[in-house]
Design a protein around this ligand. Structure first.
Ligand code: C2O
Ligand code: CU
Length: 546
């Protein structure tokens, strides 16, 4: 295994990813930032300089379990103090498995200012993938807002609630196109000519097979991705091999990664559209477009056809059936323990708390503490957060998930303490949100682990019958999973990674509004904490400790 060193500088710069000029956060001048390329078991060292002038930062390595390095998970408030302006912080961790992963800011709502990128971990030397392909490519899908994260965060946390609304554009590998002639757009800020906002081009050689790694880091949107005239074979999800299946369009939720195989076997005399469309929410966001370019056609030549329209935004059935189709690949199945030691049911609702709109789990909306849990738990500073346990379920006999939430919620910074090495089931139960008669899709992401996806269903989870239908034979392992509108999703994981780990909705605004929980396991097994993660809250000055 090798050591891969990166020197990154994070700063604000003016960019026009969708032709509209705004301040974005770049890594070494780019958004998306540089791709981390490694082989399994390599050590990654990122020396991160915060040049944001007036803003803290922290970077999370999404999908990397951080075994024996829980302090480098990069989750502000959970595993580390924020990195102050002018400071340099060194992340050092092992990428212990091949697959497609991500990195992104994990401080406030900073991710959506553009601080994100890909991690591609290849198999160790001499190993081969179970499916053949000629070339390997990555793209990240994202949604894009013109308002700053500060305006958005302020709107969300004001009594006079101001929702962020639908994104202005969809970006494919950092490029999109906003219509600069829309009414009310300042011509000085919107300019349709910069090369930054010309569509992303994916060039292919006729007859070759491509492994396309597709990831989503949207703030809000669920997406459907397709390449006009080409089917895709799904082979990987969140770093695990999938029993291959063929699709026309891929539904992808924020925090998920997939690999698909695409054969460049269509008429090579022209180019094709690649398109990403918002689904699950009624929206006005134009589809994100890229060019699937057959070499040697000119890469900027627009396809002669109208871009695909994509599926209807409000049709949940095909999304549910894609979720159900994702199974572990034969020959690489690691089945879950047949029974669990503990079951949590997490009701997902929107609540009012003292007049503020919040998202909650079992009517408790999460607040981050000022001293990161990892430090307060390791150092026995347990007075620094609420010690009562958060609720492990809700009133599932009487609660009507189709009715508007009537009770108020509470906020808390309490966490779930898991017995080390036990098996934990989580049932995510979706419900109706406030005011509107609908239920949203929430992609839940677990830090520090993968979980088996045991099942999905519509309506209210039935404690007696639904567990009998769990897939215990070949469930896929993932780190991010959707809970569909008015549906449930059941997961199982082993609490075998000493540390403190966030589990939250990957929608930026939802987590910001409290839609998350924290698990502690095996804190006594965590090694000596590096002082570099300290310095905030009750650990002021500790970063200078010997
Ligand atoms: Cu990719 Cu806690 O998030
Ligand atoms: Cu959510």
């Amino acid at each position: 295994a090798r050591i891969r060193r990166y020197k990154w500088e994070v700063k604000y710069e003016y960019k026009s990813p969708d032709c509209y000029k705004k301040l974005v956060i770049t890594v070494n001048g780019k958004t998306p930032g540089p791709t981390i390329l490694a082989r399994e078991n390599d050590t990654i060292i990122v020396e991160l300089k915060n040049s944001l002038l007036t803003e803290n930062v922290a970077i999370h390595w999404h999908g990397i379990r951080q075994i024996e390095t829980p302090w480098f998970d990069g989750t502000e408030g959970v595993t580390q103090c924020p990195i102050l302006p002018g400071d340099t912080f060194i992340y050092e961790f092992v990428v212990d498995r091949p697959g497609t992963y991500l990195y992104h800011a994990h401080y406030g709502m900073q991710r959506e200012a553009g601080l994100y990128g890909s991690i591609r971990v290849l198999l160790g030397d001499g190993k081969t993938e179970p499916f053949p392909y000629d070339h390997d490519r990555s793209i990240i899908l994202n949604d894009w807002y013109h308002k700053t994260t500060f305006e958005q965060a302020t709107g969300l946390s004001s009594l006079d609630f101001d929702w962020v609304g639908e994104p202005q554009s969809i970006l494919i590998q950092g490029k999109g196109r906003f219509n600069c002639s829309s009414p009310g757009i300042d011509a000085g800020l919107c300019n349709a000519t910069p090369s930054e906002c010309s569509p992303y081009v994916l060039t292919v050689i006729p007859g070759k097979t491509y492994r396309l790694r597709i990831a989503s880091l949207t703030s809000l949107s669920a997406l459907s991705f397709e390449i006009e005239g080409h089917n895709m074979t799904v082979v990987e999800a969140d770093g695990h091999y999938v029993q291959p299946f063929v699709i026309n369009n891929l539904f992808i939720y924020s925090g998920e990664t997939y690999s698909v195989l695409i054969n460049a076997d269509q008429d090579p005399s022209r180019n094709y559209w690649a398109s990403a469309k918002v689904v699950s929410r009624q929206n006005t966001t134009p589809n994100g477009l890229a060019i699937f370019n057959y070499y040697p056609n000119h890469p900027r030549r627009y396809p002669p056809t109208v871009p695909p329209r994509g599926p209807a935004w409000n049709d949940t059935a095909p999304r549910m059936s894609q979720s159900l189709a994702i199974k572990a690949r034969q020959g690489s199945i690691s089945p879950p323990p047949p029974l669990s030691d503990r079951v949590f049911v997490f009701l997902n609702t929107q609540n009012k708390v003292n007049g503020y709109v919040r998202w909650s789990v079992n009517n408790v909306s999460f607040n981050l503490p000022h001293t990161p849990y990892l430090i307060s738990l390791k150092e026995n500073l347990t007075h620094l957060f609420q010690q009562s346990l958060p609720p492990t379920g809700y009133d599932f006999v009487n609660y009507d998930i189709y009715r508007e939430q009537d009770g108020n919620g509470t906020t808390s910074d309490s966490i779930y303490r898991l017995d080390f090495n036990t098996t934990v089931d989580i049932i995510l139960q979706n419900a109706r949100q406030l005011l509107q008669n609908r239920s949203e899709t929430h992609p839940w992401h677990l830090h520090g682990h993968d979980f088996w996806v045991l099942g999905y269903g519509d309506g209210k989870f039935d404690m007696f019958n639904d567990p009998k239908k769990y897939n215990l034979v070949n469930p896929i392992l993932k780190n991010t999973v959707p809970v569909h509108p008015y549906g449930w999703t059941a997961l199982r994981f082993r609490a075998d990674n000493p540390g403190v780990w966030a589990f939250h909705c990957h929608i930026e605004a939802h987590f910001y509004m409290g839609m998350g929980v924290v698990f502690e396991e095996g804190i006594e097994k965590v090694g000596r904490l590096p002082t570099s993660i300290m310095g905030c809250g009750d650990t002021k000055g500790w970063s200078q400790r010997p």
